[in-house]
Ligand binder design. Structure first.
Ligand code: AMP
Ligand code: GLY
Length: 432
């Protein structure tokens, strides 16, 4: 089978790397991909938002399955674009249509969906500039801190958690006033959930589902979860507190009603659902849905799937997931993201990267895997080209051993202004 992975980050490198290991993968393409994917696939030039360009690439290369990495093309309707085109309508796709993608594209839609289908989540209400007085009253009825979410996609930055009522009221006005552009025309205000977060990943065909390995993400830039939010600085899988009892609650209270709810609403959903959860004293609550895999969680999760990922993806796209069984490795995975100093604010680019023998290695049996995120080739040299540069994953048993193996490898990777978090996994040691 000829497969195309859409996207260019560490997530897409990890998905492509796992698909490549299937004996059914005859040819692998990435659009646009990166220097890491170039080692295992043919990179096609283009952009994930140029649907006509993607159409040409799919037809020219006889692609049979498209796996959509990021949310933007899904929210913008790439599945609907394929379905409406005579030449593309039979191409298999992993990724929901526009309606299903609203689970991520609109927080208001997602909250209403959860309420309708009894999925546990924080109490909430949605407001616009017409209902600002009611919003103030609702804020007054809540306890600090306050959670304010721009309804639409805001590149992961649309959530504010002010500590005081006064700040909350002024943040609300800034959001409705255009701080996040159109995404903030509607603001969801919700109850603050106290607990520890975990990311749960599901692959569904709209009827059946497979539960992928869970992971914990490290969102803040600084050690000890301090500082600005980033796309993600590291990931660990499995997550000690997400034990069998907790995961059973997740499946019964969240995954089943979510998949059944999509079907009941008439939404044909074939793709990943990434459920951001809060474990509140042993009970799971949904913080958010995403309609794609997480990054950098994927760089840990993919290395723990022992069964044939491509077979699962094809089955999901065809609506035959009931026939599939996922096999998850006993070994864990720990991923540390090397970023450009300055990220998530401004940073330099174009610095040469060297030092590790694993930079271009994609051997599945290597204990260390280096997934590329923000890299480029320039004059035959590997250079930095983004905020998150490389996601370095180790497969080991236990967090302490994983940390002992991954950090010396990261020390070998050299480029100007390299930064990484030295505490990935530390908070989970107590659950082992
Ligand atoms: P989101 O973009 O919805 O994932 O929110 C970003 C981050 O804000 C989450 O990862 C949580 O750490 C935090 N957050 C979101 N909603 C809540 C909530 N209701 N209670 C506590 N923290 C939250
Ligand atoms: N790591 C969080 C995300 O992908 O949204």
């Amino acid at each position: 089978m000829k497969v195309l992975v859409l996207g260019s980050g560490g997530r897409e490198h990890a998905i492509a790397w796992r698909v490549k290991q299937s004996s059914n993968c005859s040819e692998l393409f990435c659009l646009p991909g990166n220097p890491g994917t170039a080692q295992i696939a043919t990179n096609l030039s283009g952009s994930v938002s140029d649907f006509e360009g993607i159409k040409s690439a799919v037809l020219e290369n006889g692609i049979e399955l498209v796996v959509v990495g990021p949310e933007d093309p899904l929210v913008n309707g790439i599945r609907n674009f394929f379905a409406a085109d005579d030449k593309l309508k039979d191409v298999l796709m992993v990724g929901p249509g526009k309606e299903g993608a609203m689970l991520e594209g609109s927080k208001d839609f997602a909250k209403a969906f959860m309420t309708r289908h009894n999925v546990p989540t924080a109490a909430y209400r949605s407001f616009t500039s017409q209902t600002i007085d009611e919003a103030d009253k609702f804020l007054e009825s809540l306890e600090a801190p306050y959670v304010l979410k721009a309804d639409g996609l805001a590149a992961g930055k649309g959530v504010l958690i002010p500590e005081t009522l006064e700040e909350a009221k002024s943040s609300l006005r800034e959001m409705l006033g255009g701080k996040f552009g159109k995404a903030g025309n509607t603001v969801v205000i919700e109850q603050f959930l106290k607990g520890i977060e975990v990311s749960v990943f599901v692959l569904t065909d709209g009827k059946d589902y497979l539960i992928l390995p869970e992971a914990k993400d490290y969102k803040r830039i600084g050690v000890g979860d301090k500082g600005l939010n980033t796309g993600g600085m590291g990931a660990v899988s499995p997550v000690g507190f997400a034990d069998a009892e907790f995961m059973k609650k997740v499946e019964e209270r969240i995954i089943k009603p979510t998949v059944d709810g999509l079907a009941a609403d008439g939404i044909d959903y074939k793709g990943f659902i990434f459920i951001g959860l809060m474990n509140c004293a042993g009970d799971p609550y949904v913080i958010e849905y995403n309609v794609r895999m997480g990054d950098p969680e994927t760089e840990a999760v993919m290395t723990r799937i022992d069964s044939d990922l491509l077979s699962h993806l094809v089955a999901a796209a065809k609506g035959r997931l009931a026939e599939e069984k996922i096999v998850i490795s006993e070994n864990g995975a720990l991923t540390v993201v090397c970023v450009s100093g300055g990220y998530p604010e401004s940073y330099g680019k174009g610095y040469e990267i060297f030092g590790s023998e694993y930079l271009f290695s994609s051997n599945p049996s290597d204990k260390i895997k280096v997934f590329h995120a923000g890299t480029a080739m320039k004059d035959g040299k590997l250079v930095t080209s983004g905020g998150r540069v490389l996601a370095v994953t180790v497969n080991e048993n236990g967090i302490e051993k994983s940390r002992d193996e991954v950090y010396p490898e990261i020390d070998k990777i050299l480029y100007t202004n390299k930064y990484y978090r030295s505490d990935i996994g530390m908070d989970l040691l107590k659950y082992e």
